[in-house]
Design a protein around this ligand. Structure first.
Ligand code: ATP
Ligand code: ATP
Ligand code: MG
Ligand code: MG
Ligand code: MG
Ligand code: MG
Ligand code: MG
Length: 277
C-alpha cells in the first residue's frame, strides 16, 4: 500500500504473537458486576437467569470460534481453552482477546431480554479479558481445577452468607463476622443445623459451574428458531425431546452442550482426549 508521510506511525505498533504450540486460556470477567448484579436485581446468592445468559454467550463464542474446545463458567466469568495448534489471527494476542471478549459482550447484551424479560438493561455491561499460555497438559488440567475449586469455595461461602442474611436475619456486616475464620465443614454444618440446607443437594450448576464442550447430542437438537440472536439456548438443546431413533449416528453434527460436572478428577478428561490434543 502506498505510504504517506504520516504512515511511519504504523511502525510504532508492537507485534504480539503468542508462542506457538501452547495452550491458550482466555478468561473474561464482568467489570464491576457486584454493582451490575445489584442494579439489575440478581437473586442472591445465585441468579440462575444470569448464569444461563453467561452460558448462552459462551456457547455463541464456541459456535463462532471453532478453536475454542472447552469453556468453563461461574459467576461473572468464563474461561475458554483454545487448542494448541490454533492459528487464529496468526496468534496475535490483542486481536484474539479483543475479538472474543467483544463478541461475548455483544451476545450478552443481544440476548439479555430473552433471559431478563422484565428487567431492562440499565447501562452497558463490559468484560475484561486476559490470555494465559500454558505449555503442558497438566497446567491446563490444573487451571480448570483451580477455577472449579474456586466455584465451590465461593458458592459455599455465598450460600451460607445469604442464608444468615435472608433466613437468619443478620445484617451483611454481621454475616461477614459470623463466617470469619470458618472452614468448609463448619459452613456445611451451619447450613444444615441452622437452616436445614443440605449443601450437596443444591443445583449442580451452582456447585460445579458450567462446562461447555462439543458433543454429538444424545437427543436431536431443536431447530434454531431464535430470531433475536441466531444463537440456540444451549440448555434447550439438552432438554430437547428424544428422537424415536435409537443410538446417535456418527454423522451427526456436534453441538455445544452445557454440563455441570466434575472437571477436577480424571474421568472428564479421559473421556475427551481431544481437548488436550
Ligand atoms: P471486578 O470488576 O474487579 O471483576 P466485580 O464486582 O465484578 O469486580 P467479581 O469478583 O468479579 O467482582 O465478582 C462478581 C460479583 O457479581 C459477585 O460477587 C456477585 O456479587 C455478582 N454476581 C455475578 N454473577 C452473579 C449471579 N449469577 N447471581 C448473583 N450475583 C452474581
Ligand atoms: P479486519 O477484521 O482485519 O479488521 P475488516 O474487513 O474489518 O478486517 P478493515 O481494514 O478494518 O477490514 O476495514 C473495514 C472495512 O469495513 C472497510 O474497508 C469498509 O469496507 C467497511 N466499512 C467500515 N465502516 C464503514 C462505513 N461506515 N461505510 C462503509 N463501509 C464501511
Ligand atoms: Mg476482575
Ligand atoms: Mg467481575
Ligand atoms: Mg468475577
Ligand atoms: Mg478497520
Ligand atoms: Mg476491521
Amino acid at each position: 500500500m502506498a505510504g504517506t508521510r504520516f504512515s511511519y506511525v504504523k511502525t510504532f505498533e508492537q507485534p504480539d504473537p503468542l508462542l506457538p504450540e501452547t495452550y491458550m486460556v482466555l478468561r473474561l470477567d464482568g467489570h464491576g458486576f457486584h454493582k451490575f448484579s445489584d442494579t439489575h436485581g440478581f437473586a442472591k446468592p445465585n441468579d440462575e437467569r444470569a448464569l444461563q445468559l453467561m452460558d448462552a454467550a459462551a456457547a455463541a463464542v464456541m459456535d463462532e470460534f471453532r478453536d475454542v474446545v472447552l469453556a468453563f463458567g461461574e459467576s461473572d466469568e468464563f474461561s475458554f481453552l483454545l487448542r494448541k495448534k490454533c492459528t487464529l489471527y496468526n496468534r496475535r494476542q490483542s486481536k484474539i482477546l479483543s475479538t472474543l471478549v467483544s463478541f461475548f459482550t455483544s451476545v450478552y447484551v443481544l440476548r439479555w431480554p430473552a433471559f431478563f424479560p422484565d428487567t431492562p438493561l440499565q447501562y452497558p455491561p463490559s468484560f475484561d479479558g486476559r490470555i494465559v499460555l500454558y505449555p503442558a497438559q497438566q497446567h491446563v488440567r490444573d487451571y480448570f481445577a483451580w477455577r472449579q475449586a474456586d466455584t465451590h469455595i465461593n458458592n459455599l461461602y455465598n450460600t451460607t452468607f445469604w442464608a444468615l442474611v435472608q433466613q437468619g436475619g443478620q445484617s451483611t456486616t454481621q454475616a461477614h463476622e459470623t463466617l470469619k475464620g470458618t472452614v468448609a465443614s463448619g459452613k456445611n454444618e451451619m447450613l444444615f443445623s441452622r437452616f436445614g440446607i443440605n449443601y450437596a443437594t443444591l443445583p449442580a450448576r451452582f456447585r460445579k459451574g458450567s462446562v461447555l464442550v462439543r458433543e454429538v447430542p444424545k437427543v436431536e437438537p431443536e431447530p434454531d428458531v431464535d430470531a433475536a440472536g441466531g444463537v440456540c439456548e444451549t440448555d434447550a438443546r439438552q432438554d430437547a425431546v428424544p428422537p424415536t431413533t435409537s443410538a446417535p449416528s456418527k454423522r451427526q453434527k456436534k453441538v455445544v452442550v452445557v454440563l455441570h460436572e466434575d472437571i477436577i478428577e480424571n474421568q472428564f478428561w479421559d473421556d475427551r482426549p481431544e481437548l488436550l490434543a
